[in-house]
Design a protein around this ligand. Structure first.
Ligand code: NAD
Length: 471
């Protein structure tokens, strides 16, 4: 049983003033594995004050000093990548495939930001003016549970690169991962107050941060509903916001796609991170004249997506993070049937042979119309919809007929055609034929998938304010 009773303020670990406690679970066994003592509004005050004190000196550090700090952060986090991976498996139930991506990336995001910083010009001349990019001020980061330390690291990396100090509120459900990560970050020996970490509930610590008058910038990753509340709270003091929110990404299989390659990749995109991913390609758009063949292939290929113990290297789908999330996903599987969609694979309940843990059967719905709730709302579990389309134009129409716009996937044997379709899609990122992630390219959503972009130069500038000097 892990007892997490510390937060991190002003360069050191400290007991929170808040006294409320929250249980921590292993979602694969449903057993309680820890307890976290949560911070409160007074802890937010102390953390923001520490970040504010550190800001003047930190904002004046040189690029070279900050690049050096980013390298130290990378080294400190990378040293304990195995422990972070274990904690992610235990506390979150992430399957091997996702852990293998997430654990090294927690460290590498600092190097990506160092690389961005190397060539970034903070001063430039525009006509008669000298323009200087200044750190926006003290920042607050609020992160979700579905990739806990990855989000903390990428947001911290950007703040450090910009010369901004930060207060971070991670998900209260990921406190074991946060504790290990905080110990790593502490080892990087940054000036006191540059980063501060306060565990707590969204409605308490999160809300206190988003309305705090000394916070200039908020970077948030989480649901669209919470993003909306944060945007409202931030508007009072005109805080700058970056919001990375939900998605309902289209996965377009064009009629000339090589199905041997496209089918497993489309499923992998839909089931990424056990379906608990903002970028999951959850709407599979299939050409009506190849629908039977594609459905048959999807139903067969889903057999390779085993759900179960995240320690098993063959398992590709771990448990849902909590009982609440499991119930929510089950309710959508029921809803899909009530709405008239057909179960092509999966369904309600746990996978066969699994008698405990918040596991969901990998589920495929056919006969889905894009106006059904299962096609419009983010389910955040391994539940995919197959939606038929008549022609390319119709596919684009369905793909864009959504409140979201985070990511899209296109599969085709004709690269030019895939690009042509990609260019019509209202999404922050479009991946053609399963193309890999590019860590320096902007990431973020159109429409209700968010505001602003993270990573690389776009991410850095979201923490900066231009100041024009006319001489
Ligand atoms: P959530 O919105 O419930 O919580 C996210 C964070 O916000 C948590 O730390 C929570 O405590 C905090 N919070 C809750 N209410 C708050 C409030 N009123 N004020 C301030 N903070 C508050 O999201 P979740 O369930 O933890 O994560 C899943 C969601 O995150 C999904 O919708 C998913 O699509 C989204 N997500 C988006 C991205 C992206 O990059 N676009 C990445 C991962 C997850």
């Amino acid at each position: 049983m892990r007892i997490i009773d510390q937060i991190y303020i002003g360069g050191g670990f400290d007991r929170p003033h808040g006294s409320e406690e929250a249980p921590l679970f292993n979602p694969a066994t449903e057993q309680q594995i820890g307890v976290v003592r949560l911070g409160d509004e007074e802890d937010v005050e102390r953390a923001v004050a520490a970040a504010k004190r550190a800001f003047p000196a930190f904002s004046r550090t040189s690029k070279a000093e900050r690049i050096d700090m980013l390298h130290r952060l990378n080294a400190a986090v990378s040293r304990r990548a195995d422990e972070l991976a274990d904690a992610m498996r235990e506390e979150y139930g992430a399957p091997q495939g996702f852990v293998k991506f997430a654990a090294p990336r927690a460290g590498s995001v600092f190097l990506d930001m160092a690389k961005t910083l190397e060539t970034y010009e903070f001063r430039r001349r525009i006509g008669r003016a000298e323009v200087e990019m200044r750190p926006a001020g003290v920042a607050a980061a609020i992160t979700p549970w579905n990739s806990n330390y990855g989000f903390i690291c990428s947001k911290l990396a950007t703040a450090v690169a910009a010369g901004a100090t930060i207060v971070i509120k991670p998900s209260e459900m990921s406190a074991i991962q946060t504790q290990i990560l905080t110990e790593c970050l502490h080892d990087a020996n940054l000036p006191a107050g540059v980063f501060n970490i306060v565990n707590g509930y969204g409605g308490v610590v999160g809300a206190a941060l988003t309305s705090h008058r000394d916070i200039a910038k908020i970077t948030f990753t989480g649901s669209t509903a919470t993003g909306r509340a944060i945007l409202q709270a931030a508007s009072g003091a005109m805080k700058r916001v970056t919001l990375e929110l939900g998605g309902k990404s289209p996965n377009i299989i064009l009629d000339d796609a090589d199905l041997d390659a496209a089918i497993p990749q489309a499923l992998a995109a839909g089931f990424i991170n056990s379906g608990q991913a903002c970028i999951a390609g959850t709407r599979i758009l299939a050409p009506a004249d190849r629908l039977d063949e594609i459905q048959a292939r999807l139903a067969k290929a889903i057999g390779a997506f085993k759900a179960g113990d995240p320690h098993d290297p063959e398992v590709r789908i771990g448990p849902m993070v909590s009982r609440k999330q499991w119930d929510r996903v089950q309710s959508y599987i029921r809803l899909g049937q009530e709405e008239g969609a057909k179960l092509l694979a999966g369904g309600e309940g746990r996978p066969e042979g699994v008698d405990r843990g918040w596991f969901v059967r990998p589920t495929l719905f056919s006969d889905v119309c894009n106006d059904m709730r299962i096609a419009r709302e983010e389910i955040f579990g391994p539940v995919l919809c197959i939606i038929p389309y008549r022609d390319e134009k119709h596919a684009i129409e369905i793909a864009n007929d959504t409140d979201y716009g985070l990511q899209a996937y296109v599969f085709s044997s004709d690269h030019k055609r895939a690009r042509r379709v990609a260019e019509e899609l209202e999404a922050g990122r479009v991946a053609i034929n399963g193309a890999a992630h590019e860590p320096l390219a902007p990431f973020g959503g159109f429409k209700q998938s968010g505001i602003g972009r993270e990573f690389g130069v776009f991410g850095l500038e979201a923490f900066l304010e231009p100041r024009t000097l006319l001489v």
